[in-house]
Design a protein around this ligand. Structure first.
Ligand code: HEC
Length: 477
């Protein structure tokens, strides 16, 4: 027995030692994998979060330093795991996007491991170089900054307002804008900014409508009993004709039959005049190199400001929003045109959970679509862009299955989408006007088109270039 016992003890010790060694190796394996802010997490935050999560920007905390990010660790873990952050709502199986904000699974795993491991700082010496952001402007230092020209004051308790401000550019030659950014002066009240180019009165015989002409058309539409004015807001009358499927209408749904240019926002909409937009989640334009927006000499800029009471719980608040522009340094190839594909005639019944409407636009020439931007309000649920090619083939070219009103994201096609002349772009929208939609301000109301966020809209904005255009040879000598 004695003889046997010894080996058993030895055996037991060998097992002990093995277990200890295993534990030790697991522990050291763990420590080798310990994720720290300084080494593994800061590079992810700098690349994917800091453009919004830094002082002076829209997000509620900064990810630039450990001290600022650490208290939010739990929330960060949750928001990246369920892909609420960074905001991105396009279906990943449709199209490829130059500005795709989604984190890779590896980055998500790293952030989760960091939080689960105690959200450690690590060695500050491991920190990557601090990212460079220029003075407030995401596009870099603008060549020209233009603001609204005066302060706008919103009184507490005001309803939503749409206000226009027109300013001179004083440009004495045509300008080609490569980068442009609209910046709200006061994020507490600015829901969106749209800056339009208002060219000088026609001298070139082009078909472009001036805002005055558009206003006249809008008035004609009002005479058609479609729109009415409610203070500063334009709305569609409750008893206006209803066409949820607007594709059979001559206008495809945009404005009344006489107003092919309606953009859902009053004057200045329509084709080819939109310069820049801001809305939560969207502020800079990153067009492909050589693709520009043209501002003809002598143009004015019209700011359309949507001030939202929804964002203004207290006090009298002032705003002076602005746009910054950087001009093309090299001769550009093509000019970007903008078109709103919208339906003004829908009616969303009270309580409807999944109400559908369509709008259509037919490509007048061979063109390439560069960006897509769905715009709906608080009941918005989804938007899909489908191309119906002249040969009958159909293709979904952008799909946003879970629209979120809090974010007005622009989807920049990695490769602009070729659209031959005669292609019909069918935009299908759904809204949730039921009480299941937590953003719904009133599920008991039938909803028509209207400016304020508590009414609805549907606009599928697209930016496109015309294939035949070559500014290098025509515009820039
Ligand atoms: C496009 C701008 C933008 C980007 C990019 C972005 N965020 Fe955000 N984030 C915001 C804004 C704005 C809010 C506030 C949203 C709100 O109040 O509904 C927010 C909210 C959050 C919150 C919720 C805070 C809370 O109240 O609990 C977390 C966590 C967060 N972001 C983490 C991240 C992380 C991590 C990244 C990068 C991986 C990221 N965000 C990228 C703009 C952004």
């Amino acid at each position: 027995m004695k003889i046997l016992r010894l080996p058993m003890i030895v055996l037991a010790c060998v097992v002990c030692a093995a277990l200890l060694a295993l534990q030790a190796s697991q522990a050291s394996g763990k420590s080798a994998k310990t994720v720290t802010f300084s080494k593994e997490v800061a590079p992810i935050f700098n690349k994917n979060c800091a453009n919004c999560h830094r002082p002076g920007e829209a997000a509620p905390f900064s990810t630039l330093t450990y001290k600022d990010a650490r208290p939010w660790a739990k929330s960060i873990r949750q928001q990246v795991m369920n892909r609420t952050m960074p905001p991105w709502h396009a279906d990943p199986h449709v199209g490829q996007w130059a500005n795709d904000a989604r984190l890779s699974q590896k980055d998500i795993d790293t952030i989760v491991a960091w939080v689960d491991g105690g959200a450690l700082e690590g060695n500050p010496k491991d920190l990557p170089p601090a990212p460079k952001f220029s003075e407030g402007w995401a596009i870099g230092k603008p060549d020209v900054i233009l603001d609204m020209g005066k302060d706008y004051v919103m009184k507490p308790g005001s309803p939503d307002e749409i206000q226009y401000f027109t300013v001179e550019t004083n440009f004495t030659e045509d300008k080609y804008v490569q980068f442009v950014e609209a910046r709200p002066g006061n994020r507490q009240i600015v829901h969106h900014i749209i800056a339009f180019i208002q060219p000088p009165p026609k001298t070139d015989g082009s078909k472009q409508l001036s805002p005055e002409e558009r206003r006249k058309m809008r008035e004609a539409a009002m005479r058609d009993n479609i729109f009415y004015q409610d203070g500063f807001l334009t709305k569609v009358k409750a008893d206006a004709p209803v066409y949820d499927n607007a594709c059979d209408l001559p206008s495809g749904g945009n404005g009344s039959k006489r107003d092919g240019s309606g953009d859902g926002g009053g004057e200045g909409g329509g084709s080819s005049t939109l310069l820049a937009g801001y809305a939560p989640g969207k502020n800079q334009e990153i067009w492909p190199a050589g693709t520009v927006k043209k501002i003809p000499a002598g143009s004015k800029i019209v700011f359309q400001l949507h001030y939202s009471a929804f964002l203004n719980p207290t006090g009298e608040l002032k705003d002076r929003s602005s746009i910054g522009m950087i001009f093309a340094k090299n001769p550009p190839d093509r000019e970007l045109k903008t078109h709103p594909i919208g339906n003004h005639y829908f009616k969303i019944p009270a309580g409807a959970e999944n109400h559908k409407a369509t709008a259509c636009w037919t490509a007048p020439e061979d063109l390439h679509i560069v960006t897509f931007m769905p715009h709906l309000h608080m009941r918005g649920k989804s938007m899909e862009f489908k191309a119906i090619y002249p040969d009958g083939r159909t293709e979904v070219i952008c799909n946003v299955p879970k629209y979120d009103f809090n974010w007005q994201l622009v989807y920049y096609a990695k490769k602009p989408v070729a659209v031959p002349k005669g292609t019909k772009i069918l935009v299908t929208t759904t809204w949730d006007n039921s009480s299941k939609n937590k953003f719904n301000p009133d599920p008991t109301k039938d909803i028509r088109w209207g400016d304020p966020t508590y009414e609805e809209m549907t606009i599928g904005w697209i930016d496109y270039t015309l294939d035949k255009q070559n500014l290098k040879t025509t515009a820039m000598k």
